[in-house]
Ligand binder design. Structure first.
Ligand SMILES: C[S@@+](CC[C@H](N)C(=O)[O-])C[C@H]1O[C@@H](n2cnc3c(N)ncnc32)[C@H](O)[C@@H]1O
Length: 267
């Protein structure tokens, strides 16, 4: 995860009152009486302590997911290449989800330098195949090397160069256990439509970077950009679709997941 990646975990936040307080060793400007530090209201203190607790909880979850040397090296390569590799906790969740449904065929949009692919492959059954799509050939070459270092033979991964929305329509309907989308947030709703076509009943779709967009607040100077609006839209679509069992996981960059159920009989 690159530090600037959307939704990247940024460590403990400053309490809301931190910027306005005068530090003990601060010298008041000449001619002006020193202003007493503004009193922190009870509400501000409560918010600050809640933020602190949340930051510690998120840090704990992040540290709980253990990366081995192969995964650390893939993530570091991704960070150097600025491909925004998935966090360890997000990757651990992908592995868990893939294993929980015994995934044999998974599609990923956004190969990057291979971090999420390794997590997915570690959750998938032996003999299974990960199909991963990216627009950057250099990233895919680094990912290929990372899969090899992680011990996966070349026939376990099908790397396809191209835009996800050009490639996914060429894949077979109902043939996949899991679709993971980690690219082009502005097109998440379109990826959801593709994923629902590709997934078998009981299959899972997962979108990364679901959290920050969902929780950031708007104002006169901060209208949502296209990516944020689309992430919110896909979250709403997933929740409102009776054919899906939705789950928003507040880990890593935030994962929005949904299980595809049987279509209702009357549809
Ligand atoms: C957040 S990174 C993926 C990180 C990767 N999942 C990992 O954990 O290492 C997003 C990736 O999507 C790729 N990308 C951007 N737009 C794309 C598109 N329209 N179709 C496919 N890949 C795209 C970028 O080249 C980049 O590698």
């Amino acid at each position: 995860m690159s530090p600037g990646a959307p939704g990247a975990f940024r460590g403990p936040r400053k309490p809301a009152h931190a910027a306005s307080a005068i530090r003990p060793n601060q010298v008041p400007r000449r001619g002006r009486p020193a202003r007493a530090p503004r009193k922190v209201t009870r509400g501000e203190a409560a918010i600050a302590s809640r933020d602190d607790t949340l930051a510690h909880t998120l840090a704990h979850i992040e540290q709980y997911a253990v990366e081995d040397a192969t995964l650390s090296s893939a993530r570091e390569t991704g960070q150097r290449a600025e491909s925004s590799p998935i966090s360890a906790s997000g990757g651990a969740a992908l592995r868990f989800l893939a294993a929980s449904i015994g995934a044999r065929a998974v599609v990923e949009v956004g190969t990057g330098c291979g971090s999420s692919g390794i997590w997915l492959l570690r959750g998938m059954r032996g003999e299974s195949v990960l199909t991963s799509v990216d627009i950057e050939p250099e990233y895919q070459e680094l990912a290929r090397a990372a899969y090899r270092r992680a011990g996966f033979p070349a026939n376990r991964v099908r790397l396809i160069l191209g835009r996800g929305l050009h490639v996914l329509p060429r894949l077979t309907d109902g043939a996949y256990d899991m679709v993971f989308v980690d690219a082009e947030p502005a097109s998440y709703p379109a990826y959801l439509a593709e994923a629902l076509r590709l997934l078998r009943v009981g299959g899972i779709v997962v979108f990364n970077n679901a959290l920050e967009a969902a929780t950031s607040s708007d104002g006169p100077l901060s209208a949502p950009d296209a990516g944020t609006a689309a992430v919110r839209e896909v979250a709403r679509l997933v929740r409102d679709d009776e054919q899906l069992i939705p789950l928003l996981l507040p880990i890593g960059e935030g994962l929005l997941a949904a299980i595809r159920e049987e279509a209702p009989a009357d549809s």
